[in-house]
Design a protein around this ligand. Structure first.
Ligand code: SDX
Length: 429
């Protein structure tokens, strides 16, 4: 744990009682009031639905400055990582805290390749899912089933076992994702290959068939690598918090990741990338491309409609990942020589959002999900697989957050309090 300092105290007076609470300051000068003694000293708890003002932990992994639009993994800026690293290197960085040297990267990649296949018995699971099953359901089921096939990896006391766990999850989840797609379109599954990189393998397993000798397009592989890096971690977001909450009860890593996949699936979280495309398609099909109408609906408090891919709990400025994803989307389409009317509509919608007082006054900007789906679409990935792509990218971040929670000597089971507002005591008779 890097430096966290006590930089004074906060005074809280309730009635005739006054207490002093320590003020903590992190390495980027974020400040917090340490309320661990609050209930014992005052009998009071705090009230903060959605944990908008509540820090659950100290962490060395990811830093976000929502006002300035800054995102760093272990101190490295997201743009630098996306421009210069392989996703595998960033996965190593998040879990181990440093970028791998050549030897470490070779070993990590070897582990990934050696553990890329699924147990033959796991393959039969796919046959029992209906073809229309959402791939996030399949992925979550596959994640938790790994704990039945590899119970020996419960132990995370050795670095080697941690590497095995991490690479097994990273590699097998990628394979399971591709298998679920093949099953959904009635194609035979394609096994991973030792001679392909992490991203090339995924694309080959997705698009190769017995009748066409699929060639991985380096443009698409490079774009996928960058997209996975953009998604790799995001500190204490909803799904990472779920992974840690499940792990805090000492449930195993696979069960924790499986729960995180389910949390990510929601349209307010990772599911937004799929819902952005569906929203854009509906604007064309039902509203004849009328952006003004959609903007008015999003502002109407009597209408439950929300602009998907817009707004963020932490970013009160343009999501730095969305900037990269927007440029990538244009680059990939240009290099592939295709265009997509949804991209023009998305840009028109973004301009309308940025120009509108309702969104400006609430600091609502495009987030990571606004353009990433359009890039996946350009790469030929089907819409219902977009959140799976988010999950594959986020696995190293979930693992890093889970391991950091397990290594915290002051770690405790997560168990928030409440303010009870139900009936007071009453008898049945
Ligand atoms: C991700 O936490 C992370 O880090 C998540 C993530 C990650 O990498 O893990 O970044 C990934 O989940 C990105 C977010 C994807 N979700 C969406 O794009 C769904 C659409 N966005 C919203 O539902 C919303 O903005 C959230 C869920 C993202 C954030 O919700 P908050 O922080 O609880 O904000 P809020 O609902 O309290 O909104 C504040 C105000 C409200 O208006 P008022 O009550 O002040 O009048 O802004 C309005 C909201 O009505 N608002 C929107 C809006 N988002 C917020 N109005 C219209 N359209 C929207 N999209």
């Amino acid at each position: 744990m890097l430096n966290i300092k006590n930089t004074g105290t906060a005074t809280l007076t309730i009635g005739d009682k006054t207490i002093k609470l320590p003020i903590l300051e992190g390495s980027e000068h974020e400040k917090a009031i340490d309320i661990r003694a609050l209930r014992k000293e005052t009998g009071f708890i705090t009230y903060d639905p959605g944990f908008v003002n509540t820090g659950c932990c100290k962490s060395d992994i990811t830093y976000i400055d929502g006002e300035k639009g800054i995102l760093r993994y272990r101190g490295y800026g997201i743009n630098d990582l996306a421009d210069t690293c392989e996703f595998v290197e960033v996965a190593y960085l998040l879990v181990h805290g440093t970028l791998p040297n050549k030897k470490q990267q070779t070993e990590f990649s070897e582990h990934l390749n050696n553990h890329s296949m699924l147990h033959e018995d796991m393959r039969h699971f796919f046959n029992n899912f209906p073809d229309h099953a959402h791939p996030m359901a399949t992925l979550s089921a596959m994640a938790v089933s790994l704990s039945s096939f590899y119970p020996e990896l419960e132990d995370t006391s050795t670095q080697e076992n941690i590497d095995y766990k991490v690479t097994r999850l990273l590699s097998k989840m990628r394979t399971a994702a591709a298998f679920s797609y093949k099953k959904s379109i009635g194609h035979p599954i394609v096994q991973p290959r030792h001679d392909l990189t992490y991203c090339e393998n995924f694309l080959n397993m997705m698009f190769s068939t017995p009748v066409n000798n699929y060639q991985v397009d380096p443009i698409v592989a490079k774009a996928l690598n960058k997209l996975l890096i953009l998604h790799a971690d995001h500190e204490q977001n909803c799904s990472a918090s779920v992974v840690k909450m499940v792990g805090s009860s000492e449930a195993n890593l696979y069960a924790s990741i499986s729960a995180g996949i389910c949390a990510l699936w929601g349209p307010l979280h990772g599911g937004a990338n799929q819902h952005v495309i569906e929203m854009l398609e509906r604007i064309i099909e039902e509203d004849n491309g009328d952006v003004k109408k959609v903007i008015e609906r999003a502002k109407d408090k009597n209408d439950s409609f929300r602009l998907m891919g817009v707004g963020h709990r932490v970013y009160k400025s343009y999501d730095p990942r969305a900037k990269v994803a927007k440029q990538m989307c244009k680059d990939v389409l240009a290099k592939l020589g295709t265009n997509d009317p949804l991209v023009d509509l998305a840009q028109e919608l973004e301009e309308a959002v940025l120009a509108d007082e309702y969104f400006q006054s609430r600091s609502l900007y495009p987030n990571i999900d606004f353009y990433t789906g359009l890039t996946y679409r350009a790469m030929g990935i089907p819409t219902n697989m977009f959140t799976v792509m988010f999950a594959i990218g986020r696995i190293p971040g979930w693992i890093a957050q889970w391991l950091e929670m397990k290594e915290d000597p002051h770690g405790r089971i997560g168990r928030p309090r409440q303010i009870y507002t139900g009936p007071t005591q009453r008898s049945i008779s």
